[in-house]
Design a protein around this ligand. Structure first.
Ligand SMILES: Nc1nc2c(ncn2[C@@H]2O[C@H](COP(=O)(O)OP(=O)(O)OP(=O)(O)O)[C@@H](O)[C@H]2O)c(=O)[nH]1
Ligand SMILES: [Mg+2]
Length: 363
């Protein structure tokens, strides 16, 4: 099971540029809107200094990072929910992602057309969010009609409660409240999950700024995001894409970044923010020829984590030997840590923690 972040936003905001910078992918970038028609899909290694330190303990083993998937989706315009622009096609692509990265244009460039005339992040964000809400209103409305019909049938009391909760939800969406900010009635949780509404997905803002970096526009996005607890990542899209394209090595990349007064790429921040938005954690293994990082959702138990490595590990799970990464690095080997009695033997109910180093014992 992969985890996917979708780049969503108005046309020409720099989604493909950022996607290329992330994935080194060479997706088509043009100064006219709707350059992207078919979504581009790419996988990105999640940079993690903990994996680097662990790999340094085992220089003969191959270092394998964990990955996150990104999709560069076609630009969305006002009335997209009614089929305008790329219309409904992109909506099904958004439905398939786990988290939405809402890309907002904050770079000024007369050569790059803006569908709204000039840059205005407040309006631009509203256009995109309104379309997602309208689509949800339509989808939830269809289910509502069905629930109303069902509530006329037999088991009325339970159905009436469900109908009422659903009605409340539709009303909120009609008022412009995204579903992610609502507390959902237990009785409709499963139905809502099945319906997979767009505004229930985790969201973070990706602000594409020009060479000058943070500006009044990006600060405006931060104010909007602060109002509903969303994260904001600021990226100098074009510069980062160019650096990724021309730098032949990590060292060269650092040098180019340094020339722009940057320590890290905004991309790295974006990958980690995507990770947080999806409530994911990382655990490590050093079995066989590999030192490896793995991704699981927060709350995953040891047998389920084992299933990431091999599908039959969950069934064959006996126990997990869990090591603390800091202690492992301090003692220098799993063997020494075991001899010191610092390996925790965890059973079926053990919930994996971010940074655990795990050795699975299976039947
Ligand atoms: N000046 C400047 N131009 C940028 C920046 N980022 C992207 N662009 C330009 O903006 C134009 C649109 O970029 P794309 O990445 O194709 O935008 P998009 O959001 O994928 O557009 P659609 O696929 O049409 O929805 C291109 O000409 C890019 O070179 C930036 O940071 N600064
Ligand atoms: Mg594009």
């Amino acid at each position: 099971m992969g985890f996917t972040c979708g780049l969503v936003g108005l046309p020409n905001v720099g989604k493909s540029t950022i996607f290329n910078a992330l994935c080194g992918a060479g997706a088509r970038v043009e100064s006219y809107p709707f350059c992207t028609i078919e979504a581009n899909v790419g996988t990105v290694a999640v940079p993690d200094p903990r994996l680097d330190r662990l790999a340094a303990l085992y220089p003969d083993k191959k270092k394998v990072p964990t990955h996150l998937e990104f999709i560069d989706i076609a630009g969305l315009v006002a009335k997209a929910s009614e089929g305008e622009g790329m219309g409904n096609q992109f909506l099904s692509e958004i439905r398939s992602v786990d988290a939405i990265l809402h890309v907002v244009r904050c770079f000024a460039d007369a050569n790059v057309a803006h569908p709204g005339g000039e840059i205005d992040p407040v309006r631009d964000i509203e256009v995109v969010e309104t379309e997602l809400l309208l689509k949800d209103y339509e989808t939830l409305g269809r289910v509502w009609e069905r629930l109303k019909r069902e509530a006329k049938g037999a088991d009325r009391r339970a159905l009436a409660r469900r109908l009422e909760a659903w009605e409340g939800l539709v009303e909120k969406v009609a008022q412009g409240v995204p579903i992610r900010s609502l507390t959902i009635d237990r009785g409709i949780e499963a139905l809502l999950r099945e319906t997979s509404p767009l505004t229930a997905k985790s969201l973070l803002y990706v602000v594409n700024v020009g060479e000058e970096g943070e500006n009044e526009c990006s600060r405006a996005v931060k104010r909007i995001a602060g109002g509903h607890d969303s994260e904001v990542i600021v990226i100098r899209g074009r510069i980062e894409a160019e650096i990724v394209e021309v730098a032949a090595s990590e060292e060269e990349r650092s040098i180019y970044l340094g020339e722009w007064g940057l320590e890290n790429t905004g991309l790295e921040g974006l990958i980690h923010a995507g990770y947080r938005a999806l409530a994911l954690i990382t655990f490590f293994t050093f079995e066989g020829p590999e030192v490896r990082a793995w991704t699981v959702p927060k709350g995953t138990t040891a047998p389920k984590a084992g299933a990431k490595i091999h599908s039959d590990f969950e069934e064959r799970f006996v126990l997990a030997e869990v090591m603390n990464l800091g202690e492992l690095l301090a003692t220098g080997s799993g063997k020494a840590l075991r001899e010191a009695g610092h390996v925790h033997r965890a059973g079926h109910d053990y919930v994996v923690k971010d940074g655990d180093v795990i050795h699975f014992i299976c039947a």
